[in-house]
Design a protein around this ligand. Structure first.
Ligand code: NAP
Length: 246
């Protein structure tokens, strides 16, 4: 059995989660990767020599089964999440709102709660939650995602307060635009609409965010990076984006 610290990354089958798993493996962690799509999860795990475990953060039984297979946890990266739709409040699809709350908020609580005893027992634990610029700023069409990411940020900040005095650090990393499968999922597989989000500008890559995750994770244990906002140079606010003329 290795004595490397163990990092658990949720939503690790693509995008920021897969890239974070790889960056953390390079930084000296043994990595456990959780997500729903088994093929993509196995691929991401093979790339970083990590352990893939099935996980649906919206399902109590799935989280319990996942946590039961993890003996040691030094770092939890709460990354599973996403947006569904870009409807106005007037046109709000309540099913989308429910799904966003379930995955981003309740999913994060569920996994954090399940692994917190292991994080405390490690003697030097850390929770890094991937929030969003949507947790800092309201934007048109963003209400459901804004509400979910604001709630996820609130729970992360409360956790920081509640764990004061325990050997567990808590950090919120809030990225702006990152080109992953995020927009494809948001627009229900509409490739043209997803590609248009990044047209004429240079977004962050998943690897850019993953480097921040690894940097936060490897600060000396007395240093708590509380919040980190990370955007591409071409983005100055949620919907203020510089795009090159065609
Ligand atoms: P992505 O490529 O779509 O990745 C989302 C990941 O979450 C996938 O691995 C997906 O895997 C997993 N996931 C979704 N629902 C899940 C569930 N119920 N249980 C377990 N895993 C689940 O998008 P991404 O950009 O990397 O998103 C990662 C995080 O960054 C999200 O929290 C997102 O809100 C946040 N974020 C993204 C951006 C951006 O512009 N891309 C900006 C700010 C914040 P499965 O489908 O296999 O389960």
């Amino acid at each position: 059995m290795s004595d490397r610290p163990v990092a658990v990354v949720t939503g690790a089958s693509s995008g920021i989660g897969a890239a974070s798993a790889a960056a953390l493996s390079r930084a000296g962690f043994d990595v456990v990767l959780g997500a729903r799509r088994p093929d993509r999860l196995a691929e991401a795990a093979a790339e970083c020599g990590g352990t893939p475990l099935p996980l649906d953060v919206t399902d109590d039984a799935s989280v319990a089964a996942f946590a039961a297979q993890i003996d040691r946890c030094d770092l939890l990266v709460n990354n599973a999440g996403g947006a569904f739709g870009l409807d106005s409040v007037a046109e709000a699809d309540l099913d989308d709102w429910q799904r966003m709350y379930d995955v981003n908020v309740l999913g994060t609580v569920r996994v954090t709660k399940a692994l917190l005893p292991r994080l405390i027992a490690s003697g030097d634990g850390q929770v890094i939650t991937i929030g969003s610029i949507a947790a800092r700023e309201a934007y048109k069409g963003g209400a459901g995602y804004n509400a979910a990411k604001h709630a996820e940020a609130a729970l992360t900040r409360v956790l920081r307060l509640e764990l004061l005095g325990q050997p567990v650090r808590v950090c919120e990393i809030d990225p702006g635009m990152v080109e992953t499968e995020f927009s494809l999922v948001r627009f229900d597989g509409d490739r043209e609409r997803a590609d248009a989000v990044y047209r004429g500008m240079t977004p962050l890559t998943a690897a850019d965010v993953a480097e921040s995750v690894a940097w936060v994770a490897t600060r000396p244990s007395h240093v708590n990076v509380d919040q980190l906002l990370l955007m591409p140079r071409d983005q100055a606010a949620a919907q203020i984006v510089h795009r090159a003329e065609d």
